[in-house]
Design a protein around this ligand. Structure first.
Ligand code: MG
Length: 172
């Protein structure tokens, strides 16, 4: 008999958005004061997009581009928190629950240190886990490349999910 696979699934996600004037800056669902914001069909929240892609990856459910195509006017200006909530729902439908998530934001500016606690709390809320299960880091690019020039912000995420066993049929 083949050995049972442990019911843990890992997923990773990555995203980048261009910083442009006259857009609010949203990261991990938190509004951050800055003279530029992230361009996107949705609200451009690269952190929530990376986390949603990582989540979908845990159960092999594709990516957010497939589930929420940017050609669909329904997602124009969409709150990325609702996209992430939908990814949580897709994973839950496959009996998956988040164990923990670890996220790194790549941004030259603005300084994210004053906003880390709020972003971490919001991620915990959206993923339905205790804050202790959320890792959140911010790094600069040491001035290198487009991110280093302050033209874009990127995020990467790893999420671990545990699958609950299929329900046994009730005995008659
Ligand atoms: Mg995106």
């Amino acid at each position: 008999m083949p050995r049972a696979v442990p019911p843990l699934r890992i997923g990773q996600g990555w995203d980048i958005h261009r910083l442009v004037p006259d857009r609010p800056l949203l990261l991990a669902g938190v509004r951050i004061p800055h003279e530029r914001g992230l361009l996107g069909h949705s609200d451009g929240d690269a952190v929530l997009h990376a986390v949603a892609d990582a989540l979908l990856g845990t159960v092999g459910a594709g990516d957010i581009g497939q589930h929420f195509p940017d050609t669909d006017p329904r997602y124009h200006g969409a709150d990325s928190a609702t996209l992430l909530a939908e990814a949580v729902r897709i994973v839950a439908a496959k009996r998956g629950r988040v164990v923990n998530a670890d996220v790194t934001i790549l941004a030259e500016r603005p300084k994210l240190a004053p906003h880390m606690a709020a972003m971490r709390a919001r991620l915990a809320e959206l993923l339905g886990v205790d804050e202790a299960r959320i890792g959140l880091k911010a790094r600069t690019m040491e001035g290198l490349g487009a991110i280093g020039a302050g033209e874009a912000i990127a995020a990467q995420a790893v999420v671990l999910v545990v699958l609950s066993p299929p329900r046994r049929r009730a005995a008659r």
